[in-house]
Design a protein around this ligand. Structure first.
Ligand SMILES: Cc1cc2nc3c(=O)[nH]c(=O)nc-3n(C[C@H](O)[C@H](O)[C@H](O)COP(=O)(O)OP(=O)(O)OC[C@H]3O[C@@H](n4cnc5c(N)ncnc54)[C@H](O)[C@@H]3O)c2cc1C
Length: 294
């Protein structure tokens, strides 16, 4: 499949931006391509990690095989249909006359957005949502500089985030690192490897402590470095209920022009549901963009 880095993508206003590289995002992008809509499909990796993990996919119509084989078939289809994937980890979606999407200071805009960012339970702990913007962050590059000389915690869901923890260590006085994977390794001397899974964040107006493995760590901030950013952290004002983005039948959210599809809208967490919602969201986003032209 054709892929490009965000740095190579045209920074202009697209009709529809799809955020999320999983099957919901892919189906939305494929549908938009077929509808001849001007789209950009953004994500960390085409088809995502979850698909590759599935040992056997038994419930997707007409498919027999494991996740890696499924991803290969999707890749062949995307190649044939000319779907373009743009590698990016979007750190903010801002609603206005148009939507502005950002990644590490790079910026593009779109008339409509389809959020297909999946769910990730790794690293979530009590208080995480309550202290969002008051010490809890998901983006080292965006917020790292706010913690110059301070003590922070970083909860890493996989090895690929070690670079971001090192980046944080460049600002912070001390970084307590909680690594939810095997064999972590850091170069910075102010990163302290900690045992245990974080269970609770406490504080008052701001984060004051993190509890993990039965021990309380006094911290000024907690960075969750993981593949999926919770939707409410990504898009201000988005209505989320019990962790799932609230959607209408056509996948519209409470924000005009913003649609959501896949695991991000709630259970059942399954490929067929994600693909179906991706398709529905693509049609609805196209209708929305057309309605703006009238
Ligand atoms: C081990 C395992 C086995 C499974 N087996 C099956 C099965 O057999 N059958 C079945 O139906 N379902 C199965 N599932 C569930 C299935 O994987 C999910 O329902 C499906 O992947 C949901 O697709 P999605 O596109 O909504 O989200 P995801 O596949 O999670 O994709 C979302 C993508 O968006 C990316 N993303 C998140 N935030 C951002 C951001 N800010 N910027 C850019 N990209 C971002 C994520 O990194 C991810 O790649 C399995 C899941 C697991 C974990």
């Amino acid at each position: 499949m054709k892929t490009q880095k965000l740095s190579a993508a045209e920074k202009r206003t697209y009709s529809v931006a799809v955020v999320g590289g999983g099957i919901a995002g892919y189906t939305a992008a494929l549908t938009l391509k077929n509808l001849r809509v001007d789209y950009i499909w953004l994500g960390r990796k085409p088809f995502g990690d979850k698909l590759l993990l599935a040992e056997y996919v038994r419930n997707f119509p007409a498919f027999v095989g494991n996740g890696a084989e499924f991803a290969k078939r999707l890749d062949e289809q995307a190649e044939k249909e000319g779907v373009l994937f743009t590698e990016a980890r979007i750190d903010g979606v801002y609603a206005g006359d148009e939507f502005v999407l950002t990644e590490n200071g790079e910026m593009l805009s779109a008339k409509a957005v389809i959020l297909a960012t999946g769910v990730e339970s790794a690293g979530s702990c009590k208080g995480e949502g309550d202290f969002l913007g008051r010490g809890v962050s998901y983006c080292a590059v965006c917020d790292g500089a706010l913690y110059r000389g301070k003590t922070i915690a970083a909860v890493l869901s996989s090895k690929e985030f070690e670079e971001e923890a090192e980046y944080l260590a460049g600002f912070a006085g001390k970084v307590y690192a909680f690594c939810l994977y095997k064999d972590p390794a850091f170069k910075a001397e102010n990163i302290v490897l900690c045992e245990g899974v974080p269970t609770e964040i406490r504080g008052d107006m701001r984060v004051r402590s993190l509890t993990a493995g039965g021990r309380k760590y006094d911290v000024d901030g907690v960075f969750f470095l993981k593949n999926s950013t919770p939707p409410s952290a990504l898009v201000g004002g988005l209505l989320v209920e019990n962790g799932a983005v609230k959607v209408e039948k056509n996948m519209a959210t409470n924000l005009k022009g913003l649609f959501a599809a896949g695991d991000v809208t709630g259970r059942p967490y399954q490929y067929v549901k994600a693909a179906g919602e991706g398709l529905t969201a693509a049609y609805a986003a196209n209708d929305y963009v057309k309605s703006l032209e009238k």
